[in-house]
Design a protein around this ligand. Structure first.
Ligand code: C2E
Ligand code: MG
Ligand code: MG
Ligand code: MG
Length: 279
């Protein structure tokens, strides 16, 4: 009896798994088609200089508007793209679009593009970046590439070489989601990054003294390594104040703007911390 119960239980479980796998396959097929038709969209989220409220750069974030399901979040479809071998093509489309779109932005605004670790594997990432710059006419100094430490987890030697070649193109390199990984501090010194983006989870907990202590040491380290620092996921003016008192100059988050289509970007009037001015 108990054996049967176990078996039916297994059955149920595997049926559920199968349904999940089927759904994933359908999603992958639909994503493949959307990429092939170049239907993916790119939204932009500004990075703000906290002291002035000025937009210093914008981050390109892929958006997939699904025919029946509406917008599917990148957290869902990027993983599908990575698993199905679609991420290289997806990444190249976002890169090309972002460089083109940046040409219609103010010339002092940079555009940041996220790279998957899988884009480093075997393919011609350096060629793709070179091509996107040449096609669009965007100066290399206006392109920033965001990577996570996952780039250092596999094929480290090879990936490091690719990273060096990218940097040699004159683009800047940012370490994204800093602080949530395995041994982030060592990754920060593994490559001459231009910028470090502190993960939202720290900003969420910025009112705790442990977090402040960690942030202080990150600021110190960044100074020593001559890195610029951005706080991700800034949602309140209270957080802005705390970031400024810690000496973190840049912020990105819903407090300033959600990711928006190119046409909806505004270049002024984002909430900066009010400064008292002598009359
Ligand atoms: P990310 O690169 O760390 O991007 C920041 C994410 O945080 C974005 O989510 C953004 O919408 C969200 N965010 C920004 N400010 C706030 C805030 O104040 N509150 C909250 N709750 N969220 C905030 P999104 O667009 O859903 O993207 C998620 C992740 O998907 C990105 O994380 C990135 O890792 C990946 N991704 C997005 N586009 C691409 C792409 O073109 N290529 C690759 N490889 N990955 C991408
Ligand atoms: Mg990013
Ligand atoms: Mg991030
Ligand atoms: Mg993040």
């Amino acid at each position: 009896r108990s054996k049967n119960a176990g078996r039916s239980c297994f059955h149920l479980y595997s049926a559920e798994l199968k349904a999940e796998a089927d759904q994933r396959n359908v999603l992958e097929i639909e994503l493949r088609e959307a990429i092939w038709r170049e239907e993916l969209e790119v939204f932009y989220q500004p990075v703000i200089e906290l002291g002035t409220g000025r937009v210093k750069s914008v981050e390109a974030l892929a958006r997939w508007h699904h025919g029946t399901r509406g917008y599917i979040p990148p957290a869902e479809f990027i993983a599908v793209a990575e698993a199905g071998g679609l991420i290289v093509e997806l990444g190249n489309q976002v890169l090309a679009r972002a460089c083109r779109d940046a040409m219609s932005m103010p010339a002092d605004v940079k555009v940041a593009v996220n790279l998957s670790a899988l884009q480093f594997a075997g393919t011609n990432l350096v060629d793709s970046v070179t091509f996107a710059l040449a096609q669009s006419g965007l100066p290399q100094t206006r392109l920033e590439l965001e990577i996570t430490e996952s780039v250092f987890l596999a094929d480290t030697e090879e990936n490091l070489k690719t990273l060096q070649r990218l940097k040699a193109l004159g683009v800047s390199i940012a370490l994204d989601d800093f602080g949530v990984g395995y041994s982030s501090l060592s990754y920060l010194t593994a490559f001459p990054f231009d910028k470090v983006k502190i993960d939202k989870s720290f900003i969420d907990r910025i009112d705790r003294c442990e977090t402040v202590a960690v942030l202080k040491s990150i600021v110190q380290l960044a100074k020593t390594l001559k890195l610029s620092i951005v706080a991700e996921g800034v949602e309140s003016s209270e957080q802005v104040k705390r970031l400024q008192s810690l000496g973190i100059p840049l912020g990105q988050g819903f407090h300033f703007s959600k990711p928006v289509p190119l046409a909806d970007l505004s270049w002024q009037g984002l909430p900066a911390r009010r400064k008292r001015r002598a009359a």
